[in-house]
Design a protein around this ligand. Structure first.
Ligand code: G1P
Length: 291
């Protein structure tokens, strides 16, 4: 098996109920963080990490994602006619960002099932999974850091962050112990999807970035519905753990849960403050609110 990680799977078939009513018609992946849909941040992270082929798992009502990453003939022709060169470049560059394939997940059977939908397109090579809700601000990009760990260690790598308190129940949680040679690496011995706080095996929460070996597909095919009655990716990786090494990796950077209203507000403020064109003005505005 080659060690090169060339493909990234983006599960984007979910209903986005945490963000209603905005997501009644608009896919949650298309909600704008400052001025870009959140899925574009993930695609840009993948490309900056060396990924060559993006596989987006879509579902009913998600067509605007495909339009977004395509040429917009009417828009581009109008911008060209009006001499709006910079805007034309913004519009065109989205369409040329990446090679993207789409697979429809016909039923919302869970994250594990969504990843399994990419089996034929991924084939027999290691691949990344990016959950577009999780927007990560990091340099080098979070996925690049994880691919480096994968190349060094050879086993699957899951991004983690420490979550203290009952909030841990919203995540997949690792069991295991920190690696003696590298405090950012966690040697996994087990994992539980959305445990009760009292039953969580550690404070190491899985967040939405994975580098996985293709063996996980065969195991996902055998995975029965778990937490929430869904086929869970965590359960597939737990089965993988019986055959191969799996590592947790505490990435350097900051993660925002942009699929959640509060997380989106935090990301909006912090990403806006970093933007050169209005960061200074926005900082002054926030200061003026005298909170
Ligand atoms: C999914 C995974 C979970 C992980 C989380 C990270 O859950 O199933 O293991 O901790 O993403 O965002 P979801 O948030 O889709 O319920």
């Amino acid at each position: 098996m080659s060690k090169r990680v060339r493909k990234a799977v983006f599960p984007a078939g979910g209903l986005g109920t945490r963000f209603l009513p905005a997501t009644k018609v608009i896919p949650k992946e298309m909600l704008a963080l400052v001025d870009k849909p959140i899925i574009q941040y993930g695609v840009e992270e993948a490309i900056a990490s060396g990924i060559e082929h993006i596989i987006i798992i879509t579902g009913r009502g998600k067509g605007t994602m495909e339009d977004h990453f395509d040429n917009s003939f009417e828009l581009d022709a109008t911008l060209e006619r009006r001499g709006k060169k910079e805007l034309l470049e913004v519009s065109r560059s989205v369409a040329t960002l990446a090679r993207i394939s789409y697979v429809r997940q016909k039923e919302p059977l869970g994250l594990g099932h969504a990843v399994l939908c990419a089996k034929e397109l991924v084939g027999d090579e290691p691949f990344a999974v990016i959950l577009p809700d999780d927007v990560i601000d990091a340099d080098p990009p979070c996925l690049r850091q994880m691919i480096n760990v994968f190349c060094e260690r050879g086993g699957s790598v899951l991004a983690t962050q420490t979550v203290e308190g009952p909030g841990i129940s919203a995540y997949g949680v690792l069991a295991g112990s920190p690696d003696p040679g590298n405090p950012r690496i966690y040697n996994c011995t087990g994992m539980v999807e959305k445990p009760r706080f009292e039953e969580a095996p550690s404070t190491q929460a899985i967040i939405g970035r994975y580098v996985l070996t293709p063996r996980v597909f065969a195991l996902l095919e055998q995975t029965r519905p778990g937490a929430g009655g869904e086929i869970q990716l965590t359960d597939g990786i737990k089965a993988l753990l019986k055959e191969e090494k799996v590592y947790g990796y505490t990435f350097e950077g900051k993660r925002y849960d942009a699929g959640d209203k509060f997380g989106m507000l935090q990301a909006t403020v912090e990403f806006a403050l970093k933007r050169p064109e209005f960061g200074v003005r926005f900082r002054e505005y926030l200061k003026g609110l005298k909170l």
